[in-house]
Design a protein around this ligand. Structure first.
Ligand code: AKG
Ligand code: FE2
Length: 331
């Protein structure tokens, strides 16, 4: 990441797209995270521990909480907020996991950090059928998934809204980098509909606003069945939300398919590759940004790229019908 603060369009009231912590902020945050790693029972999925994380998130350094607050009010034209120079563990990291569905249950420094920042933005949630419903998930290359359109893959990961098929998809996806890829230039690709809209003609936009699209659930959610039919763009015509997965969404007719292709082209034209470095965490507004990843060449040697991922909802109450027992795990 570059260390300059990118200035976003002031109309959106969000002036910070990239915030590099000062030494003092980093030290303050490290102290907060240290306390959280020691809070009993030091397990990130434990409801009591998550209360600690939520309360601790009120004590973030002021510039961070200000940036979070602005971002949750309006994610700006690019729809992302990235922190850099975050405090990771002082000691060496364990080897990068190489197994499917790996998650972090223990409140390690990076897991607590991801939970803390996610909790500052809203409520961290998970999905029962994905990565065992764990709050902090590992994004790591897995040999058996190399060619798959999943975050364990290493082929190019197509642009997608996270859990596009789900009625309560996350409002934000947070990705914290623990370890970079061997090649060092593996970008998370992000593209905002706020940037892409101008490249799409009126007629195509109108098609994208109609319920002419189906989105398949991933195999692990098969019981859910496809969503829809639904529109891909929704809300204000001049500033819509987007919900699409170019691997799982299809148009119901030829014109809908053509509109999808034009949308993808427009998003591709405005994409940014964000190469996360250890101690960088990006939050993506899943309502206006699609994300993916470039292809890369893992070695499965314990030193591969490793991210922690969290999902955040702004309105916890809204998903109550999908959260048995009023927990934080959605079905
Ligand atoms: O590997 C990445 O940078 C992003 C993967 C992804 O889409 C995800 O974990 O949701
Ligand atoms: Fe994703």
């Amino acid at each position: 990441m570059t260390s300059t603060m990118a200035s976003a369009n002031a109309d959106h009231g969000n002036e910070t797209a990239l915030l590099e912590l000062t030494g003092e902020e980093r030290a303050d945050l490290a102290a907060l995270v240290r306390r959280l790693t020691r809070a009993e029972p030091a397990l990130v999925d434990d409801p009591g521990w998550r209360i600690h994380a939520r309360r601790a998130s009120c004590g973030l350094p002021e510039r961070l909480s200000g940036a979070m607050r602005d971002f949750s009010h309006d994610a700006g034209p690019d729809g992302t907020l990235t922190f850099s120079n975050l405090p990771l563990s002082p000691g060496p990291l364990p080897p990068t996991p190489t197994v499917r569905d790996s998650v972090e249950r223990v409140a390690t420094t990076p897991a607590a950090l991801a939970m803390l920042l996610g909790s500052a933005l809203g409520t961290v949630v998970a999905y029962r059928n994905e990565k065992q419903g764990a709050m902090v998930q590992n994004v790591v290359p897995v040999p058996a998934l190399a060619d798959s359109q999943s975050n364990g893959g290493s082929v190019r990961l197509e642009f997608h809204t996270e859990n596009a098929f789900h009625p309560h998809r996350p409002d934000y996806v947070g990705l914290l980098c623990l370890r970079p890829a061997h090649e060092d230039l593996v970008g998370t690709q992000v593209a905002s509909i706020r940037r892409a809209l101008a490249l799409i003609d009126e007629e195509t936009r109108a098609v994208l606003h109609e319920p002419r699209f189906l989105t398949e659930a991933p195999p692990s959610f098969r019981s859910t069945g496809p969503s829809g039919p639904r529109p891909v763009l929704d809300g204000a015509p001049e500033d819509p939300d987007i919900c699409v997965d170019f691997h799982a969404t299809s148009g119901l007719d030829e014109n809908a398919e053509k509109a999808l292709a034009q949308l993808r082209e427009a998003l591709w034209a405005v994409r940014t590759d964000v190469v996360l470095r250890p101690g960088d965490m990006i939050f993506v507004d899943n309502r206006v940004v699609v994300h993916g990843r470039v292809a890369f060449s893992p070695r499965y040697d314990g030193a591969d790229r490793w991210l922690h991922r969290v999902f955040v909802h702004l309105d916890h109450r809204r998903s109550r019908g999908c959260r048995p027992g009023d927990g934080a795990v959605l079905i």
